[in-house]
Design a binder for this molecule. Sequence first.
Ligand code: 6R9
Length: 651
Amino acid sequence: MSEIAVYKVPESVAANTFCTEGQYRDLYKQSINDPIAFWSEQKNCVDWFRDPQIIKNTSFSGEVSIKWFEDGELNVSYNCIDRHLPSRANEIALIWEGDNPAESAKVTYGELAREVNRFANVLKSLGVKKGDRVTMYMPMILETTYAMLACARIGAVHSIVFGGFSPDAVASRLDDCQSSFIITADEGLRGGRKVPLKANVDAAIVELAASTGRSVDTVLVVRRTGADIAMTKGRDVWYHDVSQDVSDHCDPEPMKAEDPLFILYTSGSTGKPKGVLHTTGGYLVWVTMTFKYIFDYKPGEVYWCSADVGWITGHSYIVYGPLSNGATSLVFEGVPNYPDASRFWNVIDNFKVNIFYTAPTAIRALMREGEDFVKATDRSSLRLLGSVGEPINPEAWNWYYTVVGEGRCPIVDTWWQTETGGVLISPLPGATPLKPGSATRPFFGVKPALVDADGNILDGATEGNLVLMDSWPGQMRTVYGDHERFIQTYFSSYKGLYFTGDGCRRDEDGYYWITGRVDDVINVSGHRMGTAEVESALVAHEDVSEAAVVGYPHDIKGQGIFAYVTCKAGVEPTDQLRSDLVKWVRKEIGPIASPDVILFAPGLPKTRSGKIMRRILRKIAENDTDSLGDTSTLADPSVVDDLIRTYRVAT
Ligand code: 6R9
């Protein structure tokens, strides 16, 4: 094996950090040996209306119950806004960069306070109450952040649906959390193209009525593009109309630490997406603290996370983590390659961005465009880079480090999940020597372990399935409305341990190297997709009798979607059908679920008990048919030869 480069902490970084290597070791040790003492102190990174005395009350066994700071009271929007006002009212909270490079805006903490209070009063005036679920289907505009914080202010629970999802996906999420209030915009704008958000909401409401008989009471519409859209009387209202007369003041609702803050749907290996529930106190402590330490954020710096707010990364590290710290957070409406591949770097220059956090898929896509787009820009404001969403291959890491960061900026490769609320494994810039491709070491209070298939905990340098041995404050509390599914999904594989679904290697220095999902979840451009979801969309098509979906290595996306489809008897597998099926999946789930390859298969390899052997399908999709392994347990081994033949003809 080639020698792995290790990048020491630069002295200039170590000299100006919240946490040096020695401090990391001491604090980490305390956080594991005496979590109560550790969190009794660290909880003070947020302001409590009522200071909690009960710090940790968690169990990974039996019924699984996770409570942190349970007798405390606080409000998230108070922490993200009000507490900064005495000192920072005139400092910038949000910078907005539109899809069109000519459009941008800056919002001070004082202005943010006014906008959020007004939005909260609008929600109240439309009947939204504490505990109500508010579905949001929004573009990356400032009002999206206002709406999130407004929900938090009055104790409503937001459920954001990524703007790239289809009406069907909106409908099923509306139904799952029994939400009857939607916030959307007339249209979104991405890469110069319009996204018909309001029209999609209308279609979702029709779909919801058809499939469940349920209706939606209110659709609150923010004007973005000014498109001429249909408004249903008695149900749809324009934000600019209803906000005209509301007051600038709305008291923050005191919330119990374990009151829900938001639901966010994410894909798993089975069934439809799960409503991941995060609560108020532990989540806020976690994102506040991780943001401060991992980005080593200093007052006055400009921070930019290029994620969409429809994903957990946007929730935790565009909105809640940065604003709770009083940071300046940049909200970007556009895409990395519009108008051209210099966009990211131009935005960094225009706003003197100091900390930039993006995904490997974006880095790989820009890397392919060549260095000139980077070199045409200055980037001297940058001092720290971050990566999230999937393993970053060393080639992309090196390009990010040397070309984008000019060898000056440490990279924090942050491993975490929707379920974990915030980062669990990551370097700290002033404390951790870097190895390209490794998420390095656990954050405070995080106790990772590697287990074998039987759940035995493995010691030393080894490889296994990544589990967490104890709770951390940012952990999800349940699957909304289905606690049994929560237990089944995360705590039934290995008794008493939280199973992440990821495989992982630990090296001789105790560094963690995430190797990717070991379950039936695929990671396409950093977006999680359950193979079961794509399969069920495919079999819902009238010409399809059976489908099996696997991931395969893809240069830009990390993983691509490979679908094996068996047609119903009498259906001709044509190119037309293939493109119809791609369109169909886009409609059912959304563009991010479009299969990259559809292979028509006369039969799928199954065990005698009828289980599809995905291991074999993965190998064929990877074009690695020399090591198919044991096929003798198949009901009909000849199916495999047929598949390989079909694959060769097709490619
Ligand atoms: C934050 C987020 C979670 C899955 C996770 C893992 C993969 C995320 C990673 C990473 C290697 C990293 N993942 N960050 N793998 N290195 N730095 O992405 O949440 O959308 O729920 O995805 O993403 O496989 O299990 P989510």
